[in-house]
Design a protein around this ligand. Structure first.
Ligand SMILES: C[S@@+](CC[C@H](N)C(=O)[O-])C[C@H]1O[C@@H](n2cnc3c(N)ncnc32)[C@H](O)[C@@H]1O
Length: 215
């Protein structure tokens, strides 16, 4: 991604929504923010179209948006600030470090939208639906907690279905054409672009149950 001019001053302008030391909130997210009933995570929020719209539609939920590229995240932060949404915190971190930021059973739902596909076999372990990541999610989610996953990439989706089943998740709402009957749910930036090009969107919900493999 192209370097954004004035990244630092732009981040500082939105400092109110940036969580500079998320590790210190571990185990305390909902007690630190008692106005909210649940904590939802978004991994790789990018420029934040989904983040901002979900937060606006669900003011009772606290959204923690994790993004490892600040040049994308600053756009998401500006969107949230412009709409004066008080229920989003941005975490300038890698999803691989989730356990440093969230305690077991602290999270109700995780959104993974259009993650990098990592198409080569030797890169599969980097996919956000890879077994090592699944174990982190199972650790931080409540029993019955959910992963909401969307992608345009069919090979990644089919691989993820297999890997999630192997990890003991219950799969629901599995579809290869989410918007086949008209727009369904809140779109992300990538999703809006792909949908406009006529690309079909794959989606599933993975539910944590007793047999789900934890870290
Ligand atoms: C293809 S973009 C999709 C962005 C957004 N979810 C959307 O649908 O418009 C993937 C995003 O995930 C971020 N990302 C990839 N791996 C990540 C990781 N391990 N931790 C945090 N962010 C990650 C990338 O920096 C990028 O912004």
């Amino acid at each position: 991604m192209r370097k954004k001019p004035n990244l630092i001053p732009r981040m500082e302008q939105c400092a109110a929504v940036l969580e500079s030391a998320p590790e210190e909130r571990r185990g305390r997210w909902l007690s630190d923010f008692p106005a909210f009933s649940q904590l939802h995570l978004e991994l790789g929020c990018g420029k934040g179209r989904f983040t901002a719209e979900m937060a606006a539609q669900h003011p009772d939920i606290l959204f923690a948006a994790v993004e490892k590229v600040p040049d994308a995240m600053v756009v998401a932060m500006e969107r949230v600030c412009a709409r004066e949404l008080g229920n989003v915190r941005f975490l300038d971190r890698d999803a691989a470090n989730l356990l440093e930021m969230f305690a077991p059973g602290e999270v109700s739902r995780i959104y993974i939208n259009f993650p990098d596909p990592w198409p080569k076999k030797k890169q599969f372990k980097r996919r956000l639906t890879a077994p090592s990541f699944q174990k982190l999610y199972a650790e931080v989610l409540v029993p019955g907690g959910e992963i909401w996953f969307k992608t345009d990439n069919l090979p990644l989706f089919e691989w993820s279905v297999e890997e999630l089943r192997a990890g003991g998740w219950e799969l629901r709402e599995v579809t290869n054409d989410l918007h086949g009957q008209g727009i369904s749910g809140v779109m992300t930036d990538y999703e809006a672009k792909f949908h406009a090009q006529g690309v079909k969107i794959n989606r599933l919900v993975a539910v944590k149950r007793e047999g789900t493999l934890c870290g």
